[in-house]
Design a protein around this ligand. Structure first.
Ligand code: MN
Length: 227
């Protein structure tokens, strides 16, 4: 199959963007109420402009003043295929897609159909099959399948990161590249008697492995030693 993604987008209005990879782009529909996994429950899906395929993995915050400003999470993703012999491109041209979804949250057979006498308004509905559920999937599974945050929590991430950066600067943390091999693991130290001293905190010592994580671009390495 090829990719599909459902991004939850909290802009001026909260909505869900269903995107299907087709002919090298993401065909896109904005679903104001989000998908329903209840059999035959129709949801309006407004056809919007195509997006580049790279956009399928985007989640984060679109800054104020930009188009679509607000927060985005990847609410679901996976692959899809047609369960009818007609090629998906022809189904799209005809205005009726018969889809089988293989996502984390959405599965089974779906229909996406253009309303008569309309260019932009389509309907999305779950077909009655074993993947249909009598539940509110949006309420039951609200989090990103990538980072685990809700779209509301995602909106707080830039502020949270700014606070973290300010705190790290306050503590004199390195601002440039750090050579992980030059960093010493924090190990427990033997002492004769307990003491209290500014700059120290006491915690239970669990046995295990102390790890320094090093990231170079996309590559992450863990340097561990027992302690
Ligand atoms: Mn959107």
């Amino acid at each position: 199959g090829v990719r599909f993604v459902v991004q939850e987008h909290w802009a001026r209005n909260l909505h869900f963007d269903l995107r299907l990879e087709l002919d090298g782009v993401l065909k896109s529909w904005a679903v104001p109420k989000g998908p329903s996994v209840r059999a035959e429950e129709k949801r309006l899906a407004v056809h919007v402009e195509d997006h580049p395929v790279e956009y399928a993995n985007f989640e984060g915050v679109i800054p104020a003043g930009n188009y679509g400003a607000g927060s985005v999470i990847v609410w679901d993703r996976g692959t899809y295929r047609s369960f009818k012999p007609e090629p998906i491109g022809e189904q799209y041209e005809r205005g009726k897609l018969e889809l089988e979804l293989f996502g984390h949250k959405l599965g089974g057979r779906w229909t996406l159909v253009r309303m008569s006498k309309s260019e932009k308004d389509w309907l999305l509905l779950k077909k009655a099959d074993t993947a249909a559920r009598d539940q509110d999937i949006l309420e039951r599974a609200p989090r990103s399948v990538i980072c685990g945050l809700t779209v509301q929590e995602m909106r707080d991430v830039p502020g949270w990161l700014a606070g973290l950066r300010a705190r790290l600067a306050e503590l004199g943390a390195a601002r440039g590249t750090v050579d992980a091999h030059q960093v010493k693991h924090m190990l427990a130290t033997l002492a004769e008697t307990p003491f209290s001293r500014p700059g120290w905190i006491f915690e239970i010592k669990y046995d295990g492995v102390r790890v320094i994580a090093e990231r170079r671009g996309e590559e992450v390495r863990m340097l561990g030693r027992s302690g």
